[in-house]
Design a protein around this ligand. Structure first.
Ligand code: AMP
Ligand code: MG
Length: 488
């Protein structure tokens, strides 16, 4: 049975009740003229919410936060964070609200959270609002990530509010309704640690263990085990990003989850031509969050989590540091293992293949792609054709024919499995030029290109007729100077 009214919607206030020091009760701003831009019907069904109800007046009010069940207790969550390496002690939900927790039939609780719902006590200089474009970007990119099998928060809906928001220009405003297994961030732990209330920190850590890493509870040192579990989850997450060419763009510690889900899609983008130094974000002047830096940054962010957890790891702080440093040392090998397994799959190679052979093959390929500015995603599909015996389309993507021929002969000698490759190498990703085109049209009121793009990326591995333009690299005149802007 799907919920189809506010009075029967069970929206928990567990976090608000359990962590009053980390949450401020707050209400969403009025939306003058709410209009649904996109609804994730499948996700709604998974959550036990009737899509037709969400489309109606009452549902729309829930999706912008102005109509919540009587017992619900929306809050703005507190967190700190290192932004581009500098510590901010008080960030928090400056334009977001946790409406509460849903408990769908699958038994896994989910946060129902809004972004763009107005000012809160954490807004600092911001207006608390969001524009249609960036909220739709989060919708399509997070749907693509989910379809690619990468853990992520999900977008339930984007609703235009009828309010104009002012950025460099006047833009239509929107609220994104987002679902996540939680909104616990590294920054939440940094905030709790900074209060110097060790009991609060311990309760937060125990909450995270219960919610996301239950096996840590059985460990000899559960809080150290929590750290290791988050480290594993992040190592595997970032490996997943690297394997699909995803650039998060703003890997500040407040944008890193304890669950291991991708969160806070701001100036994110997918690589076109392969180049580890690629940065699309207009605010990332030093290239801190460049594609190729992401694993090292994840490790840096985990060091910040370890610092926050130190009081729980051991009463003797020197001992705690020693233990944390030791566990952090495992990040590189965890990341490499995940990345190598994914790379092997992308190249259709057998699991038993020697790691040094795989590593050399992948690294040589990546150098080839970088030096020849080859489109990362489509090249891997062309390799699938090459594995079936037709080498031409792979060859013609690379200027240096001698080098590609040499590489292809080494690789085909290992008898790659083309079908297995097609199951892991996407045809359709939210390419930057397509995202921009869709967001521009939607901002002007036409959501049809956006809907087509979402439909393409939701089934990324199955090549379909009529979708050629979604599979092709950006036209030559697009790309070099491409920039994404934060959703602020
Ligand atoms: P981000 O890195 O974009 O996820 O956000 C960093 C911080 O800035 C968070 O504390 C946000 O709540 C806050 N923030 C971003 N945009 C706005 C806005 N328009 N108004 C108020 N706060 C904002
Ligand atoms: Mg954020």
């Amino acid at each position: 049975m799907s919920t189809a009214s506010l009075s029967t919607l069970a929206l928990g206030d567990h976090y608000a009740r359990a962590f009053p020091d980390l949450a401020i009760a707050w209400e969403a701003a009025e939306a003058p003229e709410p209009r649904l831009l996109v609804l994730n019907d499948r996700l709604a069904a998974e959550l036990g919410l009737a899509p037709e109800w969400l489309r109606g007046q009452e549902g729309l009010r829930l999706l912008v936060g102005t109509g919540v069940p009587p017992e619900a207790k929306p809050v703005a969550q507190a967190y700190a964070g290192h932004q581009f390496g500098s510590y901010s002690p008080r960030l928090g939900d400056g334009r977001a609200l946790l409406l509460g927790e849903l408990t769908p039939a699958d038994g896994r609780p989910r946060d129902l959270h809004l972004k763009g719902s107005g000012r809160t006590p954490f807004s600092r200089g911001g207006d608390g609002f969001a524009a249609v474009g960036p909220m739709l970007r989060e919708h399509v990119v997070s749907e693509a990530m989910h379809a690619l099998g990468i853990p992520t928060t999900r977008s339930l809906a984007v609703v235009a509010t009828g309010r104009t928001v002012y950025r460099e220009q006047a833009l239509p405003g929107a609220v994104l309704a987002r679902v996540a297994s939680s909104h616990l961030r590294v920054g939440t732990f940094q905030y709790a640690r900074a209060t110097e209330d060790t009991d609060l920190l311990r309760r937060l850590a125990d909450h995270a263990i219960a919610l996301h890493h239950p096996h840590a509870a059985e460990a000899e040192n559960p809080h150290l085990a929590l750290f290791e579990s988050v480290l594993d989850a992040q190592a595997s997450l970032v490996a997943g990003w690297m394997l699909v060419g995803f650039i998060h763009g703003v890997m500040n510690t407040d944008n890193v989850t304890i669950s291991g889900e991708t969160i806070d899609y701001g100036p994110c983008a997918f690589l076109d031509a392969f180049d580890p130094s690629t940065v699309y974000s207009s605010i990332d002047h030093a290239g801190r969050y460049a594609y190729g830096n992401q694993p090292a940054i994840a490790e840096w962010n985990l060091a910040r989590l370890a610092e926050a957890l130190l009081p729980l790891i051991d009463d003797d702080q020197d001992k705690a540091i020693e233990l944390a440093v030791d566990r952090l040392g495992a990040f590189r090998s965890r990341y490499n293992t995940a990345w190598l397994a994914g790379s092997r799959a992308k190249l259709g190679l057998p699991e038993g293949l020697d790691d040094t052979v795989t590593t050399a093959l992948v690294n040589d390929l990546l150098v080839l792609l970088r030096d020849n500015r080859v489109d990362y995603t489509s090249f891997h599909r062309r390799l699938g054709e090459a594995a079936r015996g037709d080498l031409e389309r792979a060859r013609e993507a690379v200027l240096d024919l001698a080098a590609v021929d040499e590489w292809l002969s080494r690789w085909t000698a290992l008898a790659p499995d083309a079908d297995a490759m097609d199951r892991v190498n996407p045809v359709y990703i939210p390419r930057n030029h397509l995202v921009e085109e869709a967001l521009a049209a939607a901002t002007e009121g036409d959501t049809a290109p956006f809907e087509r793009l979402v439909a393409a990326v939701r089934d990324p591995y199955t090549e379909r007729d009529g979708l050629d333009r979604y599979a092709e690299p950006a036209p030559g005149d697009f790309g070099a100077g491409y920039q994404t802007f934060c959703g602020t």
